[in-house]
Design a protein around this ligand. Structure first.
Ligand code: NAP
Length: 288
């Protein structure tokens, strides 16, 4: 630990479980003061105890990122307690699985936009004046591999993840010269509760045999991205092959996506190592 994050103030949304919880703990291990935001107060209190057990200062603020008053209270509470905000990790979000022709598709898009995009925009806009005054800070956007390449039956999620990526890209350029940096993270399938209620059979074929990342893998990538000022991080690195193929031509992107449905190809790229999402998630207690 090099002390880079010692006493920095890090706000993590969606910190009650999954990637957000792991990210908060990872920053706490590096000496940061951590602000936890999510809707479920008792889960937040539990994560706050875990942060304290690491010897770090913590503030838990029950927050709904879709409610503007709640967002204002989060930012006011943070500045009231710590006087500054060095890192904002916009991680709160939801995800739905369903085909474009399914009856709930419109609703899925609207709900995901509210929680994962407009929530992020609102929190970011509330925090930016503070970072601009400081002349420093980092805003992290949590997108997905699906923020660069959509998969069948993940249309509603992919639409929103593309938007999270585009917002981060545009914001980074608007903030050039201000001292405020923007990083966007694109993890592949991760073993969290996000898709716990999705039937294995409903998952697009490559996801049925893919070995998920752990929430801790993603958390370490977030911390590294902030430390190194990385603009964009794709996890695992081999997923970049898919994104490069897609950038070159959608036909090639689809070919790689189809090839990943073959277990040996996914295995060769290190994306199918035995344990699947459903194996991993069923071995973990539900935290929702
Ligand atoms: N799991 C994956 O495969 C994967 C892959 C790539 C990217 N991601 C992204 O990673 C982020 C975290 O997801 P996860 O996988 O850790 O899922 P998760 O375990 O379901 O956690 C989602 C978090 O977001 C919070 N949240 C949801 N709606 C909220 C709202 N309106 N206001 C405040 N907090 C809210 C939840 O807490 P409360 O319910 O307590 O509010 C929870 O803490 C999401 O943005 C997701 O899109 C996930």
């Amino acid at each position: 630990m090099d002390g880079y994050f010692r006493s920095t103030v890090v706000v993590v949304t969606g910190a009650s479980r999954g990637i957000g919880r792991s990210t908060a703990l990872e920053f706490a291990r590096r000496g940061a003061r951590v602000v936890l935001a999510a809707r479920t107060a008792d889960r937040l209190a539990h994560v706050a105890d875990e942060v304290r057990a690491l010897g770090a200062e913590v503030l838990a603020v029950p927050t709904d990122v879709t409610a503007p008053d709640s967002v204002r209270a989060l930012v006011a509470g943070t500045v009231g307690r710590f006087g500054r905000i060095d890192v904002l990790v916009n991680n709160a979000g939801i995800g739905k699985v369903g085909a474009a022709e399914s009856a709930t598709f419109d609703d899925d898009v609207h709900q995901t936009l509210r929680a994962s995009l407009f929530g992020m925009i609102d929190v970011t806009r509330a925090v930016l004046p503070i970072m601009r005054r400081q002349g420093s800070g980092t805003v992290v956007g949590m997108s997905s591999v699906m923020g660069r390449k959509a998969f069948a039956r993940f249309g509603s999620y992919a639409i929103v993840m593309h938007a999270v990526s585009a917002f981060s890209d545009s914001l980074r350029q608007e903030l050039a010269g201000s001292g405020v940096r923007v990083s966007v993270i694109h993890p592949a399938l991760t073993a969290t509760d996000l898709l716990r209620d999705t039937d294995e059979a409903e998952m697009p074929p490559p996801f049925r045999h893919m070995t998920p990342l752990s929430a801790d893998d993603v958390a370490r990538a977030v911390v590294r991205a902030v430390r190194r000022g990385r603009r964009r991080v794709v996890l695992p690195r081999t997923a970049s092959i898919l994104l490069l193929a897609e950038a070159f031509s959608p036909r090639l992107g689809d070919l790689v996506a189809t090839a990943l449905t073959k277990r040996p190809v996914a295995r060769m790229l290190g994306m199918s190592r035995g344990t699947t999402y459903h194996d991993a998630i069923l071995s973990l207690p539900a935290t929702g």
